[in-house]
Design a protein around this ligand. Structure first.
Ligand code: BGC
Length: 742
């Protein structure tokens, strides 16, 4: 009530002030944003207001031309700026100047465990968005990795809410420093693609707050994001694009979010709920705006004519409308009409190199065992190796294309084979054998695009060719994994298995028989099973790395760069080792899905059930070795409003410069409600020269000890005994420090 009164007074004052000055308040970039918002709002007609809150094309919404307020232009997100599509169609507009820098997938960014890389990513992609005149970037996605089957895991930051939160904040700030809003998606509980349009998720309040909401909360409260995208699925039987509980109560009331809530495309289902349950802008699909899909054409959107009609018939008032428009105006004044908005830059060398640096820090060395006779395979030593065989389709397949809305028209994309050839030059002979073949697919967003014709070769012949070639090679670099086809790492469908597709396991097993000097390089955004893990000496998780993919991968393989990525999610041995799968709690019965594993997601499940993972959360090797000293704490007892600092010395004991991620997990020894065995609550990435030693300190406060008490409906830190575990992965704990909270 008081807030409304304040706003009316502000509006009147702005109006009176503008009557006496030459520049209207809303146009005056030096005036506070809230004054500009109220002034603009006071000048708008009802029709102009309604026009502003729904799409006018695939990716834009109306401004107020009469007042010189520009349109809003959105773009996917989250790995690069999507190519221009036609006004009313998903087909590309065939512009010649919209080829972007493709940045590494968010799983790779997360695997850097380096918030500085996140800041660089956000700044760079924000510059690209700005240059292309977008004021909203549809990303990043912070949905938690719940099962290895979710087709969209590659677009997210992994399984841990703390890691995700730490990594998403600098991304948002980087994007928004360009006067471009970061639209964090998909709020909330969109953890699978199967039945995503309607599945009703049932989750207990603890898991909801501790696991699934936490990254969004950080994005809002620490990242200060200006937009949030509602998800397709339902919670408490309301679609999340207009959900009383998640949007009105949690996001806007509890977290004080003052930005816009944008629907996912086609995620709105009901005008009344869209009006009352917190949605601010409706975007959609399924129309060409004219004859096709007339029912869905823009004026027929739930927040278009149907809303106008209800207002005119006085069935609803304008309080909600004004709130929505205020938020959209705030978006405009924060972005397109803000002071000192930089100009941005696009497809630059600098951005390509930023992507390369991120990829090089994100690639994870999973295994690097020594062979009896010849030692380690990685890094490949060009002084000794003269005959290299590269096998696998992912060595040449374009990975920036496909996968759904994150598909990109990249300015260029260096394939792993190209990267390897470039780096090796004439120092060794390189032979390539595909080994297997996957179906090609048409370039996305392209008018009349057809999948390139490919000659189908029998899998047996492809396999035999590769195996024969392997016998003569000094080293075999197998580059396979998943790709962006449907039912793999792709939007709109989930995987049906954790196994590698296209009979790759058969191929890898045959290769290792032919030549033990084999390194397997997996390109994926998801965990894959590895039945051959004990036979293959070297394994690398190389993600999807964008424009500079091949150069980044080659620089790791040949040791120009020392790998330092750490897994942002668990690689289980088999699918059944995942909590949701073990409890038969995925994918639901097509109507409801209960997250029966509760808070025990990822390593929390593996710890609780004492399951040895294939590769643990936080795991990642280096070409050098690190020795951890004994960790200590600055005090034995922490007070509820105080802090405690843990310190450990880490020394590089190998002969190469390298980076290590020191990880802090907290274990609550006794609590009223069950808690995970341990949870990540701090980490630091450091660089060490050979023989160099550094002291790493990580400070925590009560937030790191708190859990969401669903009985009290609040976060609580219970006094008692805790243990700080410091290690180089969730399963490689180097030291423990007990302490107490009083
Ligand atoms: C996706 C969003 C995307 C939007 C626009 C939807 O299908 O879920 O992530 O931003 O399309 O392309």
């Amino acid at each position: 009530m008081f807030k409304n009164f304040q706003l009316i007074v502000l509006g009147l004052l702005s109006f009176v002030a503008s009557a006496f000055s030459q520049t209207p308040v809303y146009l005056d970039v030096n005036k506070p944003i809230e004054n500009r918002v109220e002034d603009a709002l006071s000048r708008m007609t009802l029709k102009e207001k309604v026009a502003m809150i729904h799409a006018q094309s695939k990716f834009s919404s109306a401004g107020v031309p009469r007042l010189g307020i520009p349109e809003n232009w959105m773009s996917d997100g989250p790995h690069g700026i999507r190519q221009e599509v036609l006004w009313d169609e998903w087909n590309g507009a065939d512009w010649t100047n919209d080829s972007c820098t493709a940045f590494p997938a968010l799983t790779c960014l997360s695997a850097t465990w380096n918030p500085e890389m996140s800041a660089l990513y956000g700044k760079s992609i924000g510059e690209e968005a700005r240059y292309r005149n977008k004021n909203v970037l549809l990303g990043p996605g912070v949905n938690i990795y719940r099962t290895p089957l979710n087709g969209r895991n590659f677009e997210y930051f992994g399984e841990d809410p703390y890691l995700t939160s730490q990594m998403v904040v600098p991304y948002i700030k980087g994007v928004q420093s360009n006067g471009v809003a970061s639209c964090v998606k998909h709020y909330v509980l969109n953890n699978q693609e199967k039945w995503r349009g309607h599945i009703n998720v049932i989750v207990n309040d603890r898991a909801f707050h501790e696991i699934y909401l936490a990254p969004f909360k950080a994005a809002v409260q620490k990242g200060g994001c200006w937009a949030i995208m509602g998800s397709y699925n339902q919670y408490k039987h309301q679609h999340c694009c207009h959900n009383q509980y998640t949007i009105n109560q949690i996001l806007k009331h509890d977290w004080d979010f003052d930005g816009v809530v944008i629907s996912d495309w086609g995620g709105v289902h009901n005008t009344e709920q869209a009006i009352h349950n917190g949605l601010d802008m409706e975007f959609g699909t399924g129309t060409n705006g004219m004859n096709l899909g007339k029912k869905n054409a823009y004026n027929y959107y739930y927040l278009a004519n149907p809303y106008l009609k209800l207002i005119k018939e006085e069935k609803v008032g304008t309080t909600e409308l004004n709130d929505k428009v205020r938020r959209v105006l705030r978006l405009v004044f924060r972005t397109t009409m803000s002071k000192n908005r930089p100009l941005g830059s696009f497809g630059t060398k600098e951005h390509a190199m930023a992507g390369r640096e991120i990829a090089q820090e994100g690639i994870v060395l999973l295994q690097n065992n020594s062979l009896k006779k010849t030692g380690k395979i990685l890094p490949v030593d060009l002084n000794k190796i003269k005959n290299i065989l590269v096998v696998g389709e992912n060595a040449v397949k374009r990975m920036t294309i496909g996968g759904g809305s994150s598909s990109l028209k990249a300015k260029y994309e260096i394939s792993p084979l190209e990267g390897i050839k470039d780096l090796v030059g004439n120092k060794a002979k390189i032979t390539y054998a595909p080994g297997y073949q996957s179906p090609t697919h048409a370039e996305q967003d392209k008018v009349g695009a057809k999948a390139p014709k490919q000659k189908k070769i029998s899998p047996e012949i492809l396999r035999a060719e590769a195996v024969t070639a392997a016998k003569d090679a000094d080293v075999v670099l197998y580059i396979g994994g998943l790709n962006k086809n449907s039912f793999q790492d792709s939007e709109g469908s989930d995987r049906t298995t954790m196994d590698l597709p296209y009979d790759q396991n058969k191929l890898i097993s045959a290769l290792i028989e032919a030549n033990p000097r084999l390194a397997v390089i997996i390109l994926s955004g998801n965990a894959v099973s590895m039945p051959w893990v004990n036979k293959v000496p070297a394994i690398l998780e190389a993600w999807y790395d964008g424009t500079e993919a091949g150069n980044a991968i080659a620089s790791i393989l040949f040791g120009e760069i020392n790998p330092s990525g750490k897994l942002p999610f668990t690689f289980p041995v088999k699918l059944q080792d995942n909590g949701a799968i073990a409890l038969n709690a995925y994918p639901g019965d097509s109507i409801n899905e209960e997250y029966k594993e509760g808070i025990f997601v990822g390593y929390r499940w593996a710890d609780k059930e004492n399951i040895e993972p294939l590769f643990a959360f936080g795991h990642g090797l280096s070409y050098t070795t690190f020795k951890y000293g004994k960790p200590t704490a600055d005090k034995k007892t922490m007070t509820i409003d105080g802090t405690i600092t843990f310190t450990v010395n880490v020394k590089n004991t190998g002969n190469r410069k390298g980076k290590e991620v020191v990880q802090l997990y907290i274990s609550d020894l006794k609590s009223t409600l069950p808690r995970p065995v341990k949870e990540l609550k701090g980490f630091k990435k450091i660089e060490l020269a050979p023989d160099e030693e550094k002291t790493v300190s990580i400070t925590i406060n009560k937030d790191a000890l708190s859990y969401y008490n669903d009985i009290k409906q609040e976060w609580v830190a219970e006094p008692g005994k805790f243990i700080a575990l410091i290690g180089s992965s969730s399963r490689n704990i180097k030291g423990k420090v007990p302490f107490e909270l009083k």
